[in-house]
Each structure stands twice: as structure tokens, then as C-alpha cells.
Design a protein around this ligand. Structure first.
Ligand code: SF4
Ligand code: SF4
Length: 474
């Protein structure tokens, strides 16, 4: 029988999360984080304003995902909806890159570059500037509501809101022309759809970076659940060197650490942690690998005159070696990292090759299903098709359309060329898709189940399409 005593006694199975008040850290990892944040934020906010000349009438935004125009632009690269597999390739590349970085340096992505980490850092910096550092914030939150407290909270939320508005507007202008959209905004002409998207993204940024913070990493993000599968005993992760730190205790007044560990149990490593983790308890799912506890502890070690890196980026193998007094060795090149590195290079090379060799003209042929064929009065058989010719070049092109290897076959393109011609000229405007209604007629004794269509572009591209051909009894 299951023991239900915990229910009958009225105890809850729910553990309420306690609010984390991260203390300001300083040191080389904090400096590195500041620089990475500055770089990423600059790229994010500046990129949609960069222009790229693609000729008259074409979008001139360097990076644009034009949903209404159904095009993706990245500087000189233009992606059509038919080439959406590039997006799949980029996602695969991103995933392998993430595996590679994790195998080498643990959750370096989460700690330094994830959008949630970067914006939470910005929001916490604003909070710290207005409400003070950790102790001041704890005091403020425990005080009863007063005009001063309400003023600080309102001011903080107002700044957060401005940041959220700017962040989400920047996100939106990756999907529509930055200058035109912003002009419309100031002229009060923004569409209801755009305004509602702005509101949704603003609310998410405000809540996730301002209030949810580490909860997003711990409870919402799937990555921590399976990132441990990418580690091995040689991965460099943020670890507490327990062999050196234990047994911990208050700092000895005489400075003598004989017979005890270097950890003075000051708790600074926990106080600076944005997710409230005590790394001394070992590697944990909530640790995002930001390395701020390394900075905090190194500051303490310097003050008490002990060697640095009681908490450090280290591997399990090294920890064991150091504990035995053996030399530590960083092994970046090992089967796992070689495999991820190779996969990264192969996928990147395939994507580049496909991109470099891709055709700027494509043809899609759709056989008419109803009727499958028509027998003409002279006994010949006619099939109908819808032919779509994609001209991905800026300039108009006239394609020469003919049939190959079908003696006696004739072509009839509705609205173009003579009836029952051997070949037809199909004009297609630049950067558009030309749609044509095509009839192919074969002599009455034709015994084939397909026809070969040939499209020659003036740019020298030859496209061959094998289209099904239905005959009576097929
Ligand atoms: S900061 Fe260093 S010394 Fe202080 S509690 Fe953490 S591990 Fe121990
Ligand atoms: S334990 Fe250290 S590395 Fe992990 S999240 Fe906390 S401060 Fe960052």
C-alpha cells in the first residue's frame, strides 16, 4: 500500500521557488560576459538597419525574412520558399555547433550567449542600478510598501518596458523593412497585426527577462535535460574542487589552513549565482555555466591568500588527477570532439557547395488529374499540365520550351505561340514565377508513359523534366 501520510498530514508536495537576488560579481569571466553581451546586443540591434543593394525594386535590407514577399535575404544570398531546406541545414549546423561547444566547454552557450541569459543580464543590471546590489534589494523587498519603494519599482519596470519594446520591435523588423516599418510606426500607420505581434513579444521579453529569469532555464528550456549526454569526463565544466575545499569552515584568524580545506564557507559563490545554485554540491541541472562563481571565489581566495581556482573550469579527469597530486591535462581533441568537429565541417561544406552550385531557374510540372487524357478526333492523345517556371534572377528571361525524344509530339501553351508547335517561347519576369497551361499531344499509336520536357534559359541553364503521360488503358 502506498504511504499517503504526507497527504493526510497536510504537507505539500510542491516546493515554492525562492527568489534569487544575484550579487554583482567582478573578475575575468564577468568582464568576458560584458564583452560578449555588448557584441551580441550590438549585432542584434544594428543588423536590421544595414542596407544591401539588390537592384531597383528589390528589398535593400541586408538581413530580412520577408514573409509577405516569401523571400529570405542574407546579404548576397536570397532564399526562395522552394529552398527552405537551407533553413533546415542552418538548424542542423546550429545543433551540431551546440553539441561541439558543449562537449568542449559544458554549457558555455547557456552561460554566455543564449538570448535568455543576455537579456536577463541586462534586466538585472537595470534592477541593480535602481534598487542596489543583493542586500539592498533583499531589504527593499522585505520593507512595507512606501512611496520610495513604489517609486523605485515603478521606475525599474518602466525602464524594463522600454527595453522590452525596443527589443521586440527590433525582432519584428527582421521580418519587414526596418526603415519603412519604423516610419509607419511614427506616422501611426502600423497595421493591427504588427501592433499585436509587438505587444506579444514585448510582454514575453518583459516577463521572461524581468520576472521569470532563471526559471526559464530551469523549468522551460529543454536543453539542460539532454545536454549531459554531450559531456564526457574530459569536458571542461564549472566545478568546485572539493578535494581542495573540504573540510570547509570559517576563515582561520591565524591564516593557518593546515588540516582543513580552503573553502571559508562565505557563500559568495552562491550569492553571485544567477540561478541560486551552490556549486559546492556538485554539477547541477540549474547551473548554466556562467562562471560567475569562479570570479567570486577567486576574489575570496586572493583576499585570504590562498591559490585561485577553488572553483574553476575543469574536467572530471583533471579533478581526480589534481586530488592525487598528479599533473592535470586538458584534452580538447578526443573522439567525441573530433566527431562533432567533422560533422560540423561536412554539413557546412555541403551547405556552401549547394549554395554555390544552385540553379537560379527551376521548373515544376504538375500533370492534370481530371481528365487524365483526352482522345482527339484524329485519334491522337492529349495530356494537360500546369508548368511553373521560377526565374530567380532579377532580369526577365524568355525560356525556350520543347519536347525531347518524342517523335510527332506537339506542344500547345495556352496564350503563347502557335497551336501544335514543336517549341514555344515562355517569357518570365525577373524574380517571379511564370505559370503556364500546357497541352502535349502524341500520335494515336504512341506507347509511352512519360514525356521529356526541356527548358532552355538565355542564361545558359538547361532544365529537363520527366513528366508522366497517360494513354488509354494506362
Ligand atoms: S566563494 Fe569560495 S570560499 Fe566562499 S563559499 Fe564559495 S567556494 Fe567557499
Ligand atoms: S553555479 Fe556558477 S557557473 Fe553555475 S550558474 Fe551558478 S554562478 Fe553560474
Amino acid at each position: 500500500m502506498p504511504d499517503a501520510s504526507h497527504v493526510s498530514e497536510g504537507r505539500s508536495l510542491f516546493a515554492a521557488t525562492r527568489k534569487v537576488y544575484p550579487r554583482k560579481a567582478s573578475g575575468r569571466f564577468r568582464t568576458l560576459k560584458n564583452r560578449v553581451n555588448a557584441l551580441l546586443l550590438t549585432l542584434y540591434f544594428v543588423a536590421p538597419w544595414i542596407r544591401w543593394d539588390r537592384g531597383p525594386g528589390a528589398a535593400d535590407q541586408a538581413i530580412l525574412l520577408d514573409m509577405s514577399g516569401r523571400r529570405g535575404y542574407f546579404f548576397g544570398i536570397e532564399i526562395w520558399p522552394q529552398e527552405v531546406y537551407y533553413l533546415t541545414g542552418i538548424l542542423i549546423l546550429g545543433a551540431i555547433g551546440l553539441f561541439f561547444a558543449t562537449a568542449l566547454f559544458g554549457r558555455v552557450w547557456c552561460g554566455f550567449t543564449c538570448i535568455q541569459t543576455v537579456f536577463t543580464d541586462v534586466f538585472v543590471a537595470v534592477e541593480r542600478a535602481i534598487e542596489g546590489d543583493r542586500n539592498a534589494r533583499i531589504r527593499l523587498d522585505s520593507q512595507p510598501l512606501s512611496a520610495a519603494k513604489a517609486g523605485k519599482k515603478l521606475f525599474k519596470n518602466a525602464i524594463w518596458l522600454v527595453i522590452a519594446l525596443l527589443t521586440s520591435w527590433t525582432w519584428l523588423i527582421y521580418f519587414s523593412d526596418a526603415f519603412a516599418s519604423t516610419r509607419e510606426l511614427f506616422a501611426g500607420e502600423t497595421s493591427g497585426w504588427m501592433l499585436s505581434m509587438w505587444a506579444v513579444f514585448t510582454a514575453s521579453t518583459f516577463l521572461f527577462a524581468g520576472y521569470a529569469r532563471e526559471q526559464v532555464c530551469i523549468y522551460m528550456c529543454p536543453w539542460p535535460r539532454f545536454q549531459s549526454a554531450m559531456f564526457d569526463e574530459d569536458s571542461l565544466i564549472v566545478t568546485y574542487e572539493a578535494w581542495r575545499g573540504e573540510p570547509r569552515g570559517k576563515a582561520p584568524k591565524d591564516g593557518d589552513f593546515t588540516g582543513r580545506g580552503d573553502c571559508i564557507d562565505c557563500g559568495l559563490c552562491v550569492q553571485v549565482c544567477p540561478t541560486g545554485v551552490d556549486i559546492r554540491k556538485g554539477s547541477q541541472l540549474a547551473c548554466i555555466g556562467c562562471a560567475l562563481c569562479i570570479d567570486a571565489c577567486n576574489g575570496v581566495m586572493e583576499k585570504i591568500g590562498r591559490p585561485p581556482n577553488l572553483i574553476s573550469y575543469d574536467s572530471v579527469v583533471n579533478q581526480v588527477a589534481r586530488a592525487k597530486g598528479a599533473p592535470a591535462k586538458i584534452r580538447l581533441v578526443r573522439p567525441r570532439t573530433i566527431l562533432y568537429g567533422l560533422l560540423l565541417v561536412i554539413v557546412a561544406a555541403v551547405m556552401l557547395a549547394v549554395l554555390a552550385l544552385r540553379d537560379r531557374e527551376t521548373v515544376n510540372v504538375l500533370h492534370e488529374r481530371s481528365p487524365l487524357y483526352v482522345r482527339m478526333s484524329d485519334g491522337s492523345i492529349r495530356n494537360g499540365y500546369t508548368v511553373k517556371v521560377l526565374n530567380m534572377r532579377r532580369e526577365p528571361q524568355t525560356f525556350r520550351f520543347a519536347l525531347e525524344g518524342a517523335p510527332g509530339a506537339t506542344l500547345n501553351v495556352v496564350g503563347y505561340g502557335e497551336r501544335d508547335a514543336a517549341s514555344v517561347a515562355l517569357p518570365v519576369e525577373g524574380d517571379t514565377v511564370g505559370t503556364f497551361r500546357v497541352y502535349v499531344t502524341l500520335p494515336k499509336d504512341a506507347r509511352t508513359d512519360h514525356v521529356r520536357m526541356v527548358f532552355d534559359s538565355p542564361a545558359g541553364t538547361r532544365i529537363l523534366e520527366r513528366a508522366p503521360f497517360a494513354v488509354p488503358g494506362s
